[in-house]
Design a protein around this ligand. Structure first.
Ligand SMILES: O=C(O)Cc1cc(O)ccc1O
Ligand SMILES: [Fe+2]
Length: 445
């Protein structure tokens, strides 16, 4: 439990200010921008302090088991019901679920870096979202989409609320300030942010342009994986997740965009959604710096399964078979003896979408570039390219630091469908399969 903290008024925060946070994953936090704004000893007093309106935001069913139960009490200047009617908002490239995709070829797929806005194009975070691959269905609360965002403009007096899924934001280029109902988060490449389903937020750019990836998770919320024989420490440690402190801004008009059932809607309302003066609870956006990930690997021989790199997992109803695992490939030492150290050639029942934040990925030294992506769907063969195979099968096996690199994977039990944008938008690497063409039959039998 964190002590109440005060925060700067939203309007006083600027890009140069370093923000204050509260630490922990799904802790019971409490925070007030104005001392005394949080009710004491009850959630909904007859009149809340300072005549704020209590509002409950649930992230789980009321009766979900205690370990899964997520909710936050917001104390706001006006409740979220003070709004205005919504009309359709055109976002044809932000498609949803398997239904928004095209045919699934049985080939491995790879994309060159997705292009940022060019020339006169001016896209904010919402306008710059493109679905690359997706599975499942938000109405069934299963599956996920891998999106990219490509933007060169901050959202101004415009906010987004996504009822279809939580959003795991993985910046690749350019820092972001996330202005949320619960307060502010700054994230830069190497860090990630997790925005719970239903939280209203807007995105400001630290620099002229920003690109990154998003896992739009329609299924069970992400949580830390069990550690099993690893024990009580390791991988992503709870204290390295940082939640915002309460902050609110002066009254002003807003356009609010809501995504629900795969469709986007917007309105014009006279009131800001960023009017929460205090809150307490365990449903909150968080950020996490992947540099804090305690990486585990083999110190004897063989290449372990990448599940040792799981940062967060969204379980499905089959134990051990995730709706989505968020896995990173961070800087680390390779020390295995008599071992082919990069990933093995494999065909996986799970489906693998990968992206690269910076550097090189050891299985694909060329062709898989920061800001690009790859898709190896269920049972589609893949593994190191010819160059990586030749280097790793002949090198002297001294301890080796894989440095200056950060790749990640969204791994799902559900097969992904690529979108029309992915297949025809110009970024598809039509020569991908050639990277394995040099693997000769070298059998010496
Ligand atoms: O295919 C990939 O590059 C991801 C991956 C990495 C690894 O170390 C083992 C299996 C796996 O799918
Ligand atoms: Fe793989």
């Amino acid at each position: 439990m964190n002590a109440p903290q005060t925060s700067d008024h939203l309007s006083q925060a600027d890009g140069a200010t370093s923000l204050r946070y509260q630490s922990g994953f799904a802790n019971q936090f409490e925070t007030e921008a104005v001392p005394g704004a949080l009710p004491k000893g009850r959630n909904s007093p007859q009149r809340a302090p300072m005549d704020l309106y209590p509002e409950l935001l649930s992230g789980s069913a009321f009766t979900a088991p205690r370990v899964e139960n997520r909710r936050t009490w917001l104390y706001r200047r006006q409740p979220s019901v003070v709004t205005s009617p919504f009309r359709p908002f055109e976002a044809p490239l932000w498609t949803t679920g398997a239904a928004g995709g095209v045919s699934v070829p049985p080939d491995p797929l790879r994309w060159h870096p997705f292009p940022l806005p060019q020339g006169a194009e001016s896209w904010d975070f919402v306008e710059g979202i493109r679905t690359v691959v997706a599975n499942g269905d938000p109405d069934a609360q299963t599956g996920m989409a891998a999106l990219v965002y490509l933007c060169n403009r901050s959202m101004q007096q415009r906010a987004l609320m996504n009822a279809d899924g939580e959003m795991l934001i993985v910046p690749q280029q350019g820092g972001l300030r996330l202005v949320t109902e619960m307060g502010l988060l700054d994230v830069i490449p190497g860090e990630i942010a997790l925005m719970p389903r239903g939280v209203t937020f807007r995105v400001e750019l630290h620099e002229a342009q920003a690109r990154g990836y998003i896992c739009e998770n329609y299924g069970a919320p992400f949580r830390l994986p069990e550690l099993g024989p690893i024990g009580s420490n390791g991988l992503a440690n709870p204290r390295d997740f940082l939640a915002p402190v309460a902050a609110h801004e002066p009254q002003q008009a807003y356009e609010v965009i809501r995504k629900i059932g795969g469709e986007l809607w917007h309105n014009q309302q006279a009131v800001t959604p960023f009017n929460v003066v205090a809150w307490h609870g365990n449903l909150t956006p968080v950020k996490y710096d992947t540099a804090n990930f305690m990486t585990i690997g083999s110190i004897s021989f063989d290449h372990p399964d990448p599940s040792i790199f799981t940062v967060l997992t969204s379980p499905s109803d089959t134990p051990g078979t995730a709706n989505c695992d968020f896995v990173i490939f961070p800087p680390r030492w390779l020390v295995q003896e008599d071992t082919f150290r990069p990933p093995w050639y494999h065909r996986n029942v799970m489906s693998e979408f990968m992206g690269l934040i910076y550097g090189q990925y050891d299985a694909k030294p060329e062709g898989f570039r920061p800001g690009g992506a790859s898709l190896h769907n269920s049972h589609v063969p893949h593994g190191p390219d010819t160059e990586a195979f030749n280097a790793a099968s002949t090198r002297t096996l001294t301890p080796q630091k894989l440095d200056h690199t950060l790749a990640f994977m969204f791994e799902s039990r559900w097969r992904f469908r690529p979108t029309r944008y992915a297949m025809q938008g110009g970024a598809l690497d039509t020569q991908y399969a050639a990277c394995w063409a040099g693997l000769q039959d070298q059998f010496k039998g």
